[in-house]
Design a protein around this ligand. Structure first.
Ligand SMILES: Nc1ncnc2c1ncn2[C@@H]1O[C@H](COP(=O)(O)OP(=O)(O)OP(=O)(O)O)[C@@H](O)[C@H]1O
Length: 245
């Protein structure tokens, strides 16, 4: 297995408080890793450090052996992120938001065409289908959608990016249990979708430990530190009880 992502001796410190402490983590291609921990334990901070949006106070993040900070823009799109706050552009349509996932692969003219009108509709429809969103919403303004629909637009945008690894910060908060499982199955590639490459490596922060079944590995965070790192099949209920107590 190829090493894709490496967090080396990471600390994130704000004034006197550690948000992350002594983090060492290696992620290999094909791994599907769930990150668990109580609210405030550091899951979102870990995802943000792993995609380069937060600079650690100490330590280095490497993607395929290269310092993430030095990676050029056209390589950064190999890392896709689904943010907890979604980061959609409310005034734009579903299709325009989905296409923004592919911005890094196109030039400025393409970006302008996407802002002005409807382009690459076939690709958008494929991502909409994969994200289990209603096709007839494709031209709707995002601000008019429900929380669960907006979440699926963000997932469709992530799929449109065609990243090699996906980092996901709590993808299920607005979804009912049935939809949560469907969406996880897409992210974990349990569902195949026509012509769409879905990354086979992911790091997913989860609020609900009962959804870890299809992951290959589970990481537990407590007070900013990795205190548990286990293959899914060897994880026991007592490990989870301890993590949440
Ligand atoms: N922008 C910030 N500046 C300073 N401290 C922050 C900031 N964001 C989060 N923190 C603190 O860092 C710690 C980790 O927060 P983080 O959001 O990573 O936890 P989490 O496990 O993702 O929580 P949740 O499950 O509630 O989303 C918390 O103590 C939090 O208060």
């Amino acid at each position: 297995m190829r090493k894709l992502l490496e967090l080396i001796n990471i600390n994130v410190k704000d004034q006197n408080k550690y948000r992350l402490k002594h983090i060492k983590l290696e992620l290999f291609s094909g791994e599907k890793v769930a990150v668990l921990g109580k609210s405030g334990s550091g899951k979102s901070t870990l995802i943000a450090v792993a995609n380069g949006s937060i600079d650690p106070t100490n330590g280095v993040v490497k993607f395929k052996g290269e310092d993430l900070k030095l990676l050029p823009r056209e390589r950064k799109i190999e890392i896709g992120t689904l943010w907890q706050d979604l980061r959609l552009i409310e005034e734009l349509s579903v299709a325009q938001n989905i296409n923004s996932g592919a911005l890094g692969r196109h030039n400025l003219l393409w970006a302008l065409r996407n802002l002005i009108g409807s382009i690459d509709m076939k690709a958008c429809h494929t991502c909409i289908e994969a994200a289990n969103l209603e096709q007839n919403l494709i031209h709707s303004q995002v601000m008019r959608l429900s929380g669960g629909q907006r979440q699926r637009v963000a997932i469709a945008r992530l799929l449109r990016q065609q990243a090699e690894i996906i980092l996901v910060d709590e993808p299920l908060s607005n979804l009912d249990p049935n939809m949560s499982r469907k969406i996880l199955n897409i992210l974990l590639k349990q569902t195949t979708v026509d012509c769409l490459h879905i990354a086979d490596t992911c790091l997913v922060s989860l609020h609900r430990p009962e959804l870890i079944d299809n992951f290959t590995r589970v990481i537990g965070i407590k007070k900013g530190q990795i205190v548990l790192d286990s293959p899914r099949e060897s994880l026991e209920a007592k490990d989870l009880n301890w993590l949440y107590n």
